[in-house]
Write a protein of this length. Structure first.
Length: 533
C-alpha cells in the first residue's frame, strides 16, 4: 500500500467502510499483511550493525532485504493462483454492487410512479419505453426488469443486501427469488414467517453453491407453505403438458411438464438403454438417449432394437420417512383419536387429507433422488405396488436409516451412505449419488479401511480431481469432510440429516452445509451403533 503512495491505515479504513480492494482482500487480510510488513521491517533493522544503521541514516545505504529461499516453480504457481482468485473475487463483489444499484434504481423509479397516482400501467410502460429506446432494448424487457426489481427489493430485502455486499452471487439471488415465489404469493403465510424463511436461505446461500441452495430451499419453503404438498401436487398435475420450441438449424426442443417420478423414471430408462448400447455404436451417450426417446415414442422400441430396452425397468431411489407409508388418507381421518393418544401416526409427513392446517414441524415430504419433492400419495402407491423401487425407511425423529429392503452388508452400507450423503461431497457440488462413485477418503492402498467412517460419494469428475490434483481431504467424525485446496484454505462439507428433526429449542434443520465454521458435529449424521440390516 505504501508503495502506491497510500497510507496503509487509511486504506484499510476505506475498505472497512465499504470500498473494494482490487485484489479481493478483506480489511482483516490487509491488516494482517500490514502487520507482517511491520514485523519484516523490524527484523531487517535488527539484523543491522551500528555502523550499517548510521549508513542508512546518512543515506549511504538502504536497508537490505532478509535472505529468503529462492522461489520455486510451485510457489510462483501458487502465488499466481492466489492473485487470480483475489482479482476475480474483487470483480464479483464490484459486479454484485453494480447489479444491486441498478436494481435499487429500477425499484425507486417504479415507486415514484406508484406514488404519482393515475394509470400505473400506462406510466410504467411509458417510463420503460424511454429507457428501452436509449439502451436499444425492448420496452417489455425493461418493464419486466423494473417490476422484478421492485418486487425483489421490497419482498426480499435481506437477500438483496447480501448480494449488494458481495456475500452471495446473482445466481444465489435468483435461486432465492424462484424458491420463495410460492411462499410470497401465499396469503396465509404471515410476514414474520416469510422473513424467517428468507433469513434461513440467505444464511445457506452465503456458505454454499446455488445448486445446493436450491435443494435445501425446497424443503425449507415447503415447511412454511400452508397448503400441503399433496394438495399443491394435485393442482400442479392438472397443468401437465407437452410442447415444442424451435432451436434453429432444423432442430427443436421437445419438452413436457409431467409428474416428477414419471419424468425421472423416463430419463433413467433412456440412460439405461444408452449405457447398454453396442460398443461399436458411434453415437454419444446423449445422442443415443435422444434417438431412443424418439423411437420409443414413435415406434415403441429403440433404434434397431439392439439393447432390448423394452425389458428394462427404471429404478428410482426415494427417501421415505417411515410414517409416510403407515396410513392412507381415510385412515388418517378415522384414526385421529389414536394419533392424539400417541400412537405415532402424528409423526407422518403431514401431506394429503390432513384436517386443519399442517404442523410445519411434522410436515416432511419424500424426496426423489435427494432433490425433488414427491407427494405422499405417489410414494405410497409406488412403494406398495412396484418391487423395483429401492425403499429406504427412516426414523421419523432422528432421520437415521432404520430399515432397508435387502440384507447383504455391502449393499446395505452403500444404501446407508447414499442416505447420508445425498450428493457428491466435493465442496459445492450437487450431483446426486446416483451418478457418483463410493470413494475411500483414505486410499485403500494406503491402509484405508472399507468402513462407513472412511467412505463418501464423489461424482466421477471430482473423484478424478481428488486423486489427480493437490486438493486433500480427511473425514472427521459423523461423516464431515474437511477439504484443503492447494492454497491451504479449508472447507467443511457436512452431511444433511435425512428426515425431520425435533428439538426443545430453536430448530437447526436449516443450518448451512459446507461452511468454514468450526462447530460441534451433528450427532444425527453419525452411523448407528449397530447397523439395522
Amino acid at each position: 500500500m505504501d508503495t502506491w503512495g497510500i497510507d496503509g491505515e487509511d486504506y484499510i479504513a476505506a475498505i472497512r467502510a465499504g470500498a473494494i480492494d482490487p485484489f479481493g482482500q478483506s480489511a482483516d487480510e490487509l491488516q494482517a499483511s500490514l502487520d507482517a510488513d511491520d514485523r519484516d521491517w523490524a527484523e531487517r533493522l535488527a539484523a543491522l550493525s551500528e555502523a550499517e544503521i548510521d549508513a542508512v541514516v546518512d543515506g549511504r545505504m538502504t536497508v537490505p532485504e532478509l535472505p529468503v529461499p529462492a522461489d520455486s516453480d510451485y510457489t510462483r504457481e501458487l502465488a499466481a493462483e492466489a492473485e487470480f482468485v483475489g482479482r476475480m473475487r474483487a470483480l464479483e463483489a464490484r459486479t454484485a454492487r453494480l447489479e444491486a444499484e441498478k436494481r435499487e434504481l429500477f425499484a425507486a423509479r417504479l415507486s415514484q410512479l406508484l406514488d404519482g397516482g393515475g394509470n400505473i400501467d400506462t406510466a410504467r410502460r411509458e417510463s420503460a419505453s424511454v429507457l428501452a429506446a436509449e439502451l436499444r432494448l425492448s420496452d417489455r424487457t425493461i418493464e419486466q426488469r423494473m417490476t422484478g426489481a421492485w418486487q425483489l427489493v421490497r419482498e426480499l430485502p435481506l437477500a438483496h443486501q447480501s448480494h449488494k455486499a458481495g456475500r452471495i452471487t446473482a445466481g444465489h439471488l435468483r435461486t432465492i427469488d424462484q424458491a420463495t415465489r410460492a411462499l410470497r404469493l401465499d396469503a396465509n403465510v404471515d410476514a414474520d414467517e416469510r422473513a424467517r424463511v428468507e433469513a434461513a436461505l440467505v444464511a445457506i446461500a452465503e456458505t454454499t453453491t446455488p445448486g445446493r441452495l436450491r435443494s435445501r430451499a425446497k424443503l425449507i419453503v415447503d415447511r412454511a407453505l400452508t397448503a400441503p404438498l399433496q394438495q399443491r401436487h394435485d393442482l400442479a398435475r392438472e397443468q401437465r403438458a407437452v410442447w415444442v420450441d424451435d432451436a434453429g438449424d432444423g432442430m427443436v426442443v421437445l419438452a413436457g411438464r409431467v409428474p416428477a417420478a414419471l419424468g425421472y423414471g423416463t430419463l433413467d430408462r433412456l440412460s439405461q438403454a444408452a449405457r447398454a448400447k453396442d460398443k461399436d455404436d458411434p453415437r454419444t451417450f446423449d445422442q443415443y438417449r435422444a434417438d431412443a426417446f424418439l423411437e420409443l415414442l414413435l415406434c415403441g422400441q429403440v433404434p434397431d432394437d439392439l439393447t432390448g430396452v423394452n425389458t428394462l425397468t427404471a429404478t428410482i431411489a426415494v427417501t421415505i420417512p417411515a410414517t409416510t407409508l403407515l396410513l392412507d388418507d381415510m385412515q388418517r381421518r378415522d384414526d385421529g383419536a389414536d394419533a392424539e393418544a400417541g400412537s405415532g401416526e402424528d409423526a407422518g409427513d403431514g401431506a394429503g387429507g390432513r384436517q386443519g392446517p399442517p404442523d410445519p414441524e411434522l410436515q416432511y415430504p419424500a424426496m426423489l433422488d435427494g432433490r425433488i419433492l414427491v407427494d405422499a400419495a405417489t410414494i405410497r402407491a409406488l412403494a406398495a405396488d412396484t418391487i423395483t423401487w429401492e425403499r429406504l425407511f427412516l426414523h421419523p425423529v432422528t432421520g437415521i436409516p432404520i430399515t432397508v429392503d435387502t440384507y447383504p452388508p455391502n449393499r446395505a452400507m452403500r444404501r446407508w451412505l447414499k442416505a447420508r450423503d445425498g450428493h457428491c461431497r466435493w465442496p459445492g457440488c450437487n450431483n446426486p449419488v446416483s451418478r457418483a462413485d463410493t470413494d475411500h477418503t483414505r486410499a485403500y492402498a494406503d491402509g484405508g479401511t472399507t468402513a462407513l467412517a472412511n467412505l463418501a460419494h464423489l461424482c466421477r469428475r471430482h473423484h478424478t480431481m481428488k486423486h489427480a490434483t493437490r486438493w486433500a481431504v480427511q473425514q472427521l467424525a459423523d461423516g464431515i469432510l474437511e477439504w484443503t485446496n492447494p492454497l491451504g484454505d479449508t472447507y467443511r462439507d457436512e452431511p444433511q440429516p435425512q428426515g425431520p428433526r425435533f428439538t426443545t429449542t430453536t430448530t437447526t434443520d436449516d443450518r448451512p452445509r459446507g461452511t468454514h465454521e468450526r462447530g460441534e458435529p451433528e450427532q444425527s449424521n453419525a452411523p448407528p451403533a449397530a447397523l439395522p440390516f
